[in-house]
Design a protein around this ligand. Structure first.
Ligand code: NAD
Length: 259
């Protein structure tokens, strides 16, 4: 199936590595021109070059922290009017809520709730005027099944999810959809870093920790970022115009509920 987004312009945030990069790769394979954002110029440029080499699409790389007003201004100056927006940023740190003061909460809300809302605010009206727009927010399986030590993530991402649920119904008549993709355990650098921390505590190896995670999943494996990227590309497709305000959980079936 061709996704009908050849030549569309996609702004993909936090996309030098991991799930953001996978979304960028899948969109490029469908012929989208890209603006990529991440903080480290060298890693970002290497990703941009790899995508250009594979797909032959135009790729602009903006080295910026998407969670700061200056970073967002730089990104929007380079890409003021995308057809497709993929919101993503690093997740907040784990911890005990007793240690989180107001400033720590505000940093998490800024990164994982207000940054995507600000980017939607800056781009959605032009999408509606043009009669095409696709917005995908990378959130987390923790929105459906909260993990206690990830309280900052549970809270900030749930706030974004609630906001999007309302907004998505007001844009779809103009063919602008807004959906959330909820990753479970995907084999990215971030998951490997986290497994490194578990390994330090348990005395087991990183690979043993990852194997335990694989064994605990109904799919008996971790997610491949490429699967995530392709799901994102589908939600951004011409065919997906009747899907909006949804939360698509990709976790190999680890969430045990019927719905
Ligand atoms: P990753 O560490 O592999 O990649 C993160 C990417 O984001 C990198 O390119 C990094 O440079 C960029 N980035 C981080 N903060 C940024 C910022 N402030 N401005 C610009 N770029 C920034 O992480 P990932 O595994 O791809 O995770 C992506 C998101 O999905 C995170 O919010 C994470 O919490 C969430 N998530 C991931 C998993 C998983 O299993 N991988 C599970 C649940 C939720």
């Amino acid at each position: 199936m061709k996704l009908g987004i050849d030549g569309r312009h996609a702004l993909v945030c936090a996309s030098s590595r991991g799930l953001g990069r996978a979304c960028a790769v899948s969109l490029a394979r469908e012929g989208c021109e890209l603006t990529l954002v991440a903080r480290t110029a060298a890693t970002l440029e290497a990703t941009a070059e790899a995508i250009r080499a594979e797909s032959g699409v135009r790729v602009t790389a903006v080295a910026a922290d998407i969670t700061t007003p200056e970073g967002r201004a730089a990104v929007l100056a380079a890409c003021p009017s995308p057809d497709i927006l993929v919101n993503n940023a690093g997740g907040p740190p784990p911890g005990d809520f007793r240690d989180w003061n107001r400033d720590i909460w505000l940093a998490a809300l800024d990164a994982n709730m207000l940054t995507p809302i600000e980017l939607i605010r800056a781009t959605v009206d032009a999408m509606m005027e043009r009669g095409f727009g696709r917005i995908v927010n990378i959130t987390s399986g923790a929105v459906k099944a909260p993990i206690d030590i990830l309280g900052l993530s549970n809270g900030a991402r749930s706030g974004l999810t609630g906001f999007v649920a309302g907004l998505a119904r007001t844009t779809v008549a103009r063919n602008v959809t807004i959906n959330n993709l909820l990753p479970g355990p995907f084999e990215t650098d971030r998951l490997r870093d986290t497994a490194g921390k578990w390994a330090q505590k348990s005395g087991r190896s990183v690979e043993q920790e990852l194997d335990a995670r694989r064994a605990a999943n109904p799919a008996r494996r971790l997610g491949d970022p490429a699967e995530f990227g392709d799901a994102c590309a589908y939600l951004c497709s011409a065919q997906a115009g009747f899907i909006t305000g949804q939360n698509l959980l990709m976790d190999g079936g680890v969430y045990p509920g019927t719905f």
